[in-house]
Design a protein around this ligand. Sequence first.
Ligand code: FAD
Length: 406
Amino acid sequence: MNGPVAEHLLRQHLIDPEICIRCNTCEETCPIDAITHDGVNYVVKAEVCNGCMACVPPCPTGAIDNWRNVPRAQAYSIDDQFGWDALPAQSVAVNAPAAEAAAHDPAPATSDIVRGSTVPPWSAARPYVQLYTHKAPARAIVVGNYRLTDTSAPSDIHHIVLDFGAVAFPVLEGQSIGILPPGTRADGHAHHARQYSIASPRDGERPGYNNISLTVKRVTRDHGGNATDGVCSNYLCDLHKGDEVTVIGPFGNTFLMPNHPGSHLLMICTGTGSAPMRAMTEYRRRRRLEGAAGKLMLFFGARTREELPYFGPLMTLPNDFIDTNLAFSRTPGQPKRYVQDAMRERAVDVAQLLKDGNTHVYVCGLKGMEEGVLAALGDIAQAHGMVWATLWDELKREGRLHLETY
Ligand code: FAD
């Protein structure tokens, strides 16, 4: 925490540039705008950060959880931090025993600032994280790469299968990996890693094989709509069979699926946010043959049917296995319909799931969807006799509400 270690010392909050995957989660989470970034690094303003820890649990890599005891007058400025390739070592001179006492507590799972769970479902399998790092990455071979979206659709989304061969790369549904794109930025530094959700279940895209799949959207426009070629998404979408890819991770120890019989999944996603939902659904589909119970309800949004990844295979899944609800926001001649609209239409069934302590809620996709989905959940809960504030808190505390938007 940034509390005084000694009057003249500061326990300064820093972000490890070697591990950070520049996902922006910390900057979005920080309630007091203490975190900022340039084209290279994410950094913390020493004079603003109050050590509230709100940013720590949501960070997928742990890069955020770094602290150095420094003389207050010599705190690292953001300009210092922008120039770093690695964190500075802790100066022994100021690493007083008192610093031990400043060991921080993680933000409570029920923090108002953190909207989703910071703990996994109680019955989730234990994940492996960060087995492979920038310094010691894994190599995978591309064994499949094909376009998922209709060729008439402006959105180009690919299903990419990576095989790890003899390299152990254990994953769970809901985890992600980092891809290190080749080449360097204009300033000569290596490109930073980009994060991608795993779209296949733990036992492989092909059961029993040491492979995983990704769902990657080619970025051709920035958030402002200007033409741009996203570095990593274009690299991935253009890969050929046999190409080698550099991978770090896996990441993520909370957005995981429950494993106890009778647990329900309420999944809400848009676009490539379908990747973890595909992984969980496929895992349940494979296990179902062994008699697994529990409901699956899916709300899946895209601009048009042609832009919906996995539309064909999804539609072949039987209704008694998964309750699928699609929402399209740009179908010509039709009113705009978003996932939250579909949820409201199915309010009675959503409410029934929300009332059940075995229900786990997953939201993944566009950043903009989070607000509307939480509002819909709140309204549905309230209209069906639940107190949303209490339920929201419960869901967060019990690892039953997982948000991953980017
Ligand atoms: P960059 O070169 O990094 O960016 C180019 C420009 O485009 C920049 O101006 C940037 O601001 C803008 N930009 C970046 N992303 C987008 C976007 N999505 N839409 C519009 N403009 C953008 N992506 C997937 O395709 N599939 C996934 O499963 C997936 N999972 C993710 C999970 C997490 C937890 C996070 C944080 C991100 C995930 N992403 C996923 C996004 C992914 O990590 C990259 O950010 C994305 O592929 C763009 O990287 P790029 O190198 O192509 O673009």
